[in-house]
Design a protein around this ligand. Sequence first.
Ligand code: UDP
Length: 316
Amino acid sequence: MKQVLITGAAGFIGSHLCDRFIKEGWYVVGVDNFLTGSLENLEHLLLNQNFELVEEDVIKGLEWEGHLDLILHFACPASPVDYLNFPIETLMVDSVGTSHTLKLAKDKRARYVFASTSEVYGDPQVHPQPESYWGNVNPVGPRSVYDEAKRFSEALSMAYHRECGVDVRIIRIFNTYGPRMKLKDGRVVPNFIFQALNGQDLTVYGDGSQSRSFCYVDDLVEGIFLVSDVDAIKYRVMNLGNPDEYKIIDFAQIILEKTGSNSKIIFKPLPRDDPKMRKPDISLARESLHWKPVISLDEGLAKTIQYFQSQLEDVE
Ligand code: UDP
């Protein structure tokens, strides 16, 4: 049986990956320290005989007795609010933590997939962003704790590939949404939906002219699975995201329509170094993996709104 170790298994994307690999017949070792992840995301797997949960902080080290075919390093606070709350942990998990996971991949001769981000492009001056773009990152600004840690991890991964022959794959994940996002992680999708469902004002930062492109989690997971599973990878660095781009002000309006909310839109200061635009160029994934997102914003938002509604009912 093929075995995969997934760090950040209790997170939004990590937990969906656990489900997917189990569905494909793999044995999954899920590692998490529950800094930002939630046990609720994994509860349905705890009695599954092909799943094992290891509560561990990969910053402190990572050992595993059995064989491993694949390691997916997804542990990291991922929303701007979370990584600004945990700046040191963010830098450490994507430096020391990456080092520990890469060393394990080398020792086990396992394939290694690193969860990078569109944030490596910073506030981009090239639009849409292809993998060949080197980015525009403020190395000392507040977001640098995330951006530079991810950039360092990319460099370390490539060093392990070049020096030690580890079969490394780096995926740059663009804005993703869907069930299991935390209601209060501060990102725009949960914020707007939470506000709309609760009759609160929708908080648009800046004038809302900045853009983002939103990918439903199932599409992303399909892409990650393909990147992880294919034997000969053509491109070691690959963008995964949905190129459908929206201005944040228009996105707020869409959420109001989809939720049938009477909430108002109000404007708040734009966070420092907030990227003005973001849209993935997914030509490489299309060409080499025949992957593209297939879930429309309509369908994805319907599922996400339903999820947040049920979360709110649980709280009541
Ligand atoms: N944003 C907003 N209101 C919110 C939360 C976020 O206008 O309540 C904006 C934020 O300034 C950014 C975009 O929405 O321009 C996406 O923010 P998010 O935190 O989801 O992720 P980012 O793409 O910045 O990492």
